[in-house]
Design a protein around this ligand. Structure first.
Ligand code: FNR
Length: 185
């Protein structure tokens, strides 16, 4: 039987009605049993400031410990101006320090880009693929996932109603579960 693995899901939007948050919630439900997805939102992560590195704020310490205890990290992010939102970059900077002791090190990574627009957040996902290799474990290469037109995929309670999207998410999370299992052997 496959080993249970706790994976941190980092949502790159602070918006209450965020599509990224709704997609992350849908993935929690679709994840096969050995994969436990723990959603992390970034509201409480204070700005990175190198002056504070010697005495890091409690929210940085908590975030880093959550990452360290995990078996992997899944980013679900929108695209802002053809890149990742500032709050997400801030959280990555916090998690990447102190120098040489990134809390992402060795953690297998998944990236789910999305947008209500036509391009599915592909540029944001590609920027994550540039940022992470020096501070994380391997990024799952296949399947890639860039979800476009997510604006009509949920009902008023935030439940996923678009069948085609559900199918793609199921395929992705099944592949990601297998990737996490393999990387944590
Ligand atoms: C956007 N949006 C956007 N969409 C996109 O596909 N490519 C982009 O470059 C941008 N740029 C951008 C910049 C800023 C500052 C905002 C606020 C928005 C639109 C974006 O995809 C949309 O607002 C999503 O709904 C944001 O994600 P959440 O909050 O729904 O997860």
């Amino acid at each position: 039987m496959a080993t249970p693995h706790n994976v941190v899901v980092i949502v790159g939007s602070l918006r209450k009605e965020s599509f990224s948050l709704k997609i992350a919630n849908a993935l929690v439900k679709l994840a096969p049993a050995p994969l436990k997805l723990n959603l992390v939102t970034l509201h409480d992560i204070s700005f990175f400031n190198q002056d504070l590195e010697a005495t890091p704020p409690a929210d940085w310490v908590n975030f880093r410990e959550t990452l360290q205890k995990s078996s992997g990290v899944l980013f679900v992010t929108p695209e802002y101006n053809r890149s990742i939102p500032g709050v997400l970059k801030n959280a990555i900077d916090v998690g990447s320090r102190p120098y040489g002791k990134s809390s992402f090190i060795g953690k297998p990574i998944g990236i789910v880009g999305n947008s209500p627009g036509p391009l599915g957040g592909v540029s944001a996902a590609k920027h994550l693929q540039n940022i992470l290799p020096g501070i994380s474990g391997p990024i799952m290469g296949q399947p890639e996932i860039y979800l476009n037109a997510v604006g009509d995929a949920f009902d008023e309670k935030g439940h996923l109603t678009k069948e085609a999207l559900q199918k793609v998410l199921q395929q992705y999370i099944d592949a990601f579960a297998a990737f996490i299992e393999k990387q944590n052997k």
